[in-house]
Design a protein around this ligand. Sequence first.
Ligand code: BDR
Ligand code: CA
Length: 306
Amino acid sequence: MKMILDLDTGIDDAFALAYAIAHPDIELIGVTGTYGNVTIEQGMANTRALLKLLGQPDIPVYAGVEIEGFVVSEASARIHGTNGVGEVNIATDNAESAGEAVDFLIESAAKYGEDLVVVPTGAQTTTAKALEKDEALRGIRMVTMGGALTVPGNVSPAAEANISQDPVSSNSVYQLAEDMTMVGLDVTMQTQLTRAEADSWRGTAAGDAFADMAGYYIDAYQENNPHMDGCALHDPLAVAVAVDPDLVDCLILPLQVDTEGPTVGRTIGRWDGSEVETRVAVGVDVDAFVPDFIDKLGQLFARLAQ
Ligand code: BDR
Ligand code: CA
């Protein structure tokens, strides 16, 4: 399958990128840059540097749309580091963008149709703009990391981080995308990576960099979620579900996002006439995903060192 990742690169975004590259069933045709953990500019520089580190320097990286007035939150800088990749020194790459993300999404939908899956794992501003502009994109399969239906949010009791960046755009996304699976905190908080598992990647340049990033992320998780024994694999789980939808059990709902008031950013089902329904993942086969993620990244790092 052809895949486009929309990343705010970010440590777990870096994991998602590596998993997509490592997966034999995925052809990553491009990455679009969004914001959240970092600015679009920093995220794109991180993506390009990671693509080089992972032996894929030719995968194009497109510039998405940032909401006016965006600043990286203190919490994001603490969780992902001020450079987004846990202060790990990956050679930054400030090359020019390959083009506009909205155009790339629309052109790819026309070119690949049902062979394409789009996986947004940051703020959904760019995805919304593209869906609003192009009807054909609305029928393309999408799997997004964003939201929390049956569990609390992670930036407020109601809101998950990606949705909280631009709830109006996310509301638009969930109401326009006709073939959408939401992989939110309901399931991503169940899929965890421990320090020992990440350390099993060590021994190569890429493996060391990813283990260092994971270590930084796990330290932040230990402060915020002391009951956990590692970090959550948010964004890579969305990639895995794109390949294997049976990894998750879903509720099917007309999903909306609260755009104002005390629950702003909440994802919620509302039967108020919308014909578009979203599959919302509420259960996950942890044992089918986590070991596969660890193995595939380990094998990729070993291959790159040969
Ligand atoms: C989501 O927010 C970002 O910080 C992560 O990369 C993930 O996409 C988790 O709420
Ligand atoms: Ca992300």
